[in-house]
Ligand binder design. Structure first.
Ligand SMILES: [Zn+2]
Length: 281
């Protein structure tokens, strides 16, 4: 109906709109804040991550590199579980060497703990507002884990390489062999694309291996993926992971150290992120 007089309801709506705009002009912050808060606060209650003291054992202190490369504050962080596609199998750990049953048939205990740890890091990191996620090449079939070709598109290494070349950061989680072969905890930094500030903070938390570790021939660092060796799979670390009474808190404790190290870098966090985990108990 062209040229007709506006109906009273339309007029009322216009008046209300004008009133809101004038209030916003007077004090936009007061009005805008509750609107923003209701949109950005997480819809669920924050999950708690209680921790327990875990001794990750000796550290490698062979750092001969500096992680100076800055990353975007909104960098996407990809967490991978070492040996999840069984290019190499990883360590069985001290417990299995001493006669215990493996955690899961068909994979080494290291692969099992790498998966559990990588998942926990991503879960805790996302709760704390980081742009972080976990990739499992076998999420659809977690039992049969073997991709014969290292460079097949869905391997950890290919996925990590693509992620890094697109400007992301990729971290592959490992546990080291038990003594006397295991060389302790530490960062084996990415070679391709250069060492970053995240590598630097992780190294100050866990120790570091030299840049040419195994002559720079490891699959991940050559493709731009940093490796974290959490510790030798033995002693207090392995006992607290294996004991069902402490497992959950032990995984939280390890994930907390990694996420906290990443948080020391200049990194953006989602609005409404949850606070740090509960204190160690
Ligand atoms: Zn490994």
């Amino acid at each position: 109906m062209p040229h007709s007089a506006p109906c009273p309801l339309t007029q009322l709506a216009r008046q209300a709109k004008a009133a809101i705009y004038s209030l916003l002009l007077i004090n936009p912050v007061l009005l805008a804040q509750p609107l923003l808060a209701s949109e950005t606060l997480p819809s669920t209650v924050c999950e708690q991550f209680p921790t327990i003291a875990v001794d990750t054992g000796k550290r490698s202190e062979d750092k001969d590199w500096q992680g100076t490369q800055q990353l975007s504050p909104t960098v996407s962080i990809l967490v991978l579980a070492g040996h999840a596609d069984l290019q190499t199998s990883g360590t069985n750990g001290q417990a299995v060497a001493d006669g215990a049953d493996p955690m899961q048939p068909g994979m080494t205990d290291e692969a099992f703990w790498n998966l559990a740890t990588a998942q926990r890091i991503a879960r805790l990191g996302r709760q704390r507002g980081l742009n972080i996620f976990f990739y499992d090449p076998f999420f659809y079939d977690p039992v049969v884990r073997h991709i014969p070709d290292n460079d097949a598109p869905r391997t950890n290494w290919s996925t990590g390489k693509r992620h890094v070349e697109a400007g992301g950061y990729a971290l592959e989680i490992h546990y080291n062999a038990y003594s006397p072969d295991g060389t302790g905890s530490g960062i084996i930094p990415r070679v391709h694309e250069g060492q970053t500030v995240i590598d630097e903070y992780l190294a100050s938390e866990f120790g570091a291996f030299p840049l040419d570790f195994r002559r720079g021939n490891l699959g991940a660092p050559r493709r731009g993926i940093t490796i974290l060796e959490v510790g030798n799979l033995e002693g207090d670390l392995e006992e607290k992971l294996r004991d069902t009474a402490t497992r959950d808190r032990a995984l939280n404790a390890i994930a907390d150290r990694i996420v906290t190290a990443i948080e020391k870098t200049p990194i953006a966090k989602a609005i409404g992120a949850c606070s740090t985990p509960l204190p160690t108990r």
